[in-house]
Write a new protein. Structure first.
Length: 388
């Protein structure tokens, strides 16, 4: 289910120029389809996390995927940009009920921190495989069948997965849903923000979303400006980012035995910053694809460490904590395309990359300085560190 849902996330990016040409709109306007998905995704998160905690995580995931699939199939037949935007908005609202809720389920089912880090890495590998294949396949399908073929193919696959997941989840035992009441909802949010790490976790992923994921809708445009018109090449470049994430997620069991998470944060931020600098040099597409592999390794090395701390913010409202984490991350992703559209128009394509390098390096240093695992028995206010 996580794999199917993440196919939708980056599938539109490689065919943005084709959508713009077919519907007679500017490429930068078509790129806002990413914002149309991510803004609702972000702002629906607090509600979805609460729904998952009180009414059942598996039921929410089933319903969410069914609606996302339906909107994607409608997009395949859309005759106007406004209908595409409307469907992407609805998909964005419900898509947040799948992967973030899945991470919260991992927190419920895997109590030990180190085992949970491995489990989150495995779930991330599945999600990133969806991102990778979604970007790659959509580029190829876009060249062969057009952008409508992209929506139809991915929607049809999601429909099959939704049917399978409905039956597969019936035997899964998770935390029993709690009776709903407003006082418990408020208490859940208070328990999240009682931990000082919350503002660091949420603020960090917000800036990650802006400077890293906000750039993806413009990859096809950057290649187009360099004379490369094939959507499949843009898909391969974006897929390189997902491949880097998969490489890291598979290496997590080995990596965490040799490095502390604070070291991983600095290493990851440094790798992502290096990738930004290399992107500014405007290499040919196949070199850029390799750079995006490094980009993915660096980003997910940093991001999964932050996500691990987000699962520890509360023991009683983990769905709420992860929904706030995703809210911050996807708010950044929604703002990112607007930022890059403005920056590219006023500062060219190079300077925003150097700004991105500085921002992500600062994020890594701040997280390494302030995020500490809580010692057993300590309250959020009494201490955070588990090491020097």
């Amino acid at each position: 289910m996580v794999f199917a849902s993440t196919l939708f996330t980056r599938a539109v990016d490689p065919v943005v120029p084709k959508i713009a040409h077919d519907l007679g709109i500017d490429v930068k306007t078509a790129a806002l389809l990413s914002t149309a998905f991510t803004f609702p995704y972000a702002f629906a998160q607090p509600a979805l996390g609460t729904i998952g905690d009180f009414f059942g995580k598996t039921r929410l995931m089933n319903l969410s995927l069914a609606i996302v699939v339906t909107t994607t199939l409608v997009c395949a037949f859309a005759q106007s940009f406004s209908l595409l935007v409307a469907m992407r908005v609805i998909a964005g609202i419900l898509a947040g009920g799948i992967y973030p809720v899945g991470v919260a389920m991992v927190g419920d089912l895997v109590p030990e921190v180190h085992k949970r880090q491995v489990a989150i890495g495995q779930l991330l590998a599945v999600a990133l495989t969806g991102n990778l294949i979604g970007a790659t396949v959509s580029g190829v399908i876009g060249d062969l069948l057009g952008w409508r073929g992209v929506f139809f193919s991915i929607g049809a696959f999601g429909l099959v997965v939704a049917a399978i997941a409905f039956f597969a989840f019936r035997g899964l035992r998770t935390a029993k849903p709690k009776p709903f009441n407003l006082a418990a909802v408020a208490a859940g949010f208070r328990s999240v923000f009682a931990d000082p790490r919350a503002k660091i976790c949420f603020g960090s992923v917000f800036f990650e979303g802006i400077v890293i994921h906000g750039m993806f809708p413009y990859v096809a445009l950057l290649l187009l400006l360099a004379g490369q018109t094939h959507s499949s090449f843009a898909g391969l470049v974006i897929a390189g980012f997902g491949l880097g994430g998969i490489i890291y997620s598979l290496a997590v069991p080995l990596v965490i035995t040799h490095f502390h998470d604070r070291q991983l944060m600095i290493m990851g931020a440094s790798g992502a910053a290096l990738a930004f600098v290399l992107i500014a040099l405007n290499p040919v597409w196949y070199v850029l694809a390799g750079v995006f592999v490094v980009f993915g390794i660096g980003f997910y090395m940093l991001h999964t460490c932050i996500q691990l701390h987000a699962t520890e913010l509360t023991q009683t409202a983990r769905g709420t904590a992860l929904s706030m984490h995703s809210c911050a991350f996807f708010s950044g992703q929604a703002i990112g395309p607007i930022y890059y559209g403005f920056a590219y128009s006023h500062a060219g394509t190079g300077k925003p990359m150097f700004i991105g390098a500085a921002v992500i390096l600062a994020v890594g240093l701040v997280c390494a300085r302030y995020l500490r695992h809580r010692r057993p028995g300590l309250t959020p206010a009494s201490g955070l560190a588990d090491g020097p």
